[in-house]
Design a protein around this ligand. Structure first.
Ligand SMILES: NC(=O)c1ccc[n+]([C@@H]2O[C@H](COP(=O)([O-])OP(=O)(O)OC[C@H]3O[C@@H](n4cnc5c(N)ncnc54)[C@H](OP(=O)(O)O)[C@@H]3O)[C@@H](O)[C@H]2O)c1
Length: 276
């Protein structure tokens, strides 16, 4: 049976490859990205009826209002969705703030995923086998939540922001699974270092260094996409699963502590209340 799949971050990298893979399988794909999505649309033309089954939604997911607009649109036009794939991210060397006054990585890489997951819960619960695939850094224990400075106003670095959001996504999986019951399967997925062809946003000399390094050390999209796609067809039996490059990660790891997950939910809800 074909599926309806929302991919947040579908105009480039893994999200785009997964979108094309699912279009080839006959699914309807609701692709979200902040760019115009031209490459995705052009590639979809080469897939039988691909263009008809691709719905593109341009949205800046670092903005709370834009996430809410996406949720509203999806809910109205697609009351049943089978999978939500979360891949949007964009590292920044220097600290940036969103129009909501939030640190950019926190807003895009974590908060957007929080909003989309919870906001699309009802549409997911209407599917016979719903799954959320949150592509981040499960299994990595580096980094932490800066509880006294979550917007990293005092001590920002690109790495600190990326690791904080990665740990926040681990905790998001824990709290979502606890709140949403066992209908929706939540999968925290670490693809490993992947040559997703999107280093252009990084500053020099980091871009050149990583491009060279990727040539030798990175996994190709052809390697990482099939297991991700398979998880959409065969969601794991448990409400929460963490996978690092194909290997299950034990949920006893300190990065999945339920009390810490609860603490982050409280912080997030408080922050959203003040943003209304
Ligand atoms: N690549 C790796 O080695 C690696 C390793 C571990 C984990 N991961 C994680 O895997 C995920 C996918 O990585 P990737 O390498 O495929 O990333 P990528 O190639 O950089 O793609 C990121 C996607 O996010 C979208 N995006 C960026 N800013 C956005 C915004 N403000 N609003 C909406 N969409 C936005 C981009 O589209 P637009 O440009 O159109 O906005 C693009 O489709 C990320 O969460 C990343 O942290 C990657």
């Amino acid at each position: 049976m074909t599926k309806t799949i929302v991919i947040a971050g579908a105009t480039g990298g893994m999200g785009r490859s997964l979108a094309l893979d699912r279009l080839r399988r006959g699914d309807t794909v609701l692709a979200v990205g902040s760019g115009p999505g031209d490459h995705l649309r052009t590639a979809a033309l080469g897939i039988p009826h691909g263009e008809e089954r691709l719905r593109f939604l341009r949205a800046d997911l670092s903005s709370i209002a834009e996430n809410r607009r996406v949720i509203e649109h999806v809910t109205v036009h697609h009351p049943v969705i089978d999978a939500l794939v979360l891949t949007a991210n964009r590292p920044h060397l220097r600290r940036r703030e969103t129009p909501d006054g939030l640190e950019y990585t926190f807003a895009l890489y974590y908060l957007s995923r929080y909003l989309l997951g919870h906001g699309l819960r009802e549409a997911l619960e209407a599917s016979p086998a719903p799954v959320i695939l949150n592509v981040a850094g499960a299994g990595n224990t580096a980094g932490s939540i800066s509880w006294d400075d979550p917007q990293l106003e005092r001590r920002y670095s690109m790495l600190r922001a990326q690791l904080q959001a990665g740990r926040a996504n681990d905790l998001l999986g824990v709290s979502f699974a606890a709140q949403a019951g066992d209908r929706i399967r939540y999968v925290l997925y670490h693809p490993g270092f992947t040559d997703s062809g999107s280093l252009a946003a990084l500053p020099q000399p980091l871009r050149t260094l990583l491009t060279v390094y990727a040539r030798f050390a990175a996994r190709s999209l052809d390697q990482v996409i099939p297991p991700m796609s398979d998880l959409l067809d065969h969601p794991p039996p448990a409400p929460l699963t963490a996978i690092d490059r194909g290997t299950p990660v034990p949920l006893t790891l300190r990065t999945f502590t339920p009390a810490t997950a609860h603490r982050l939910t409280t912080l997030t809800e408080k922050l959203l209340t003040t943003q209304k």
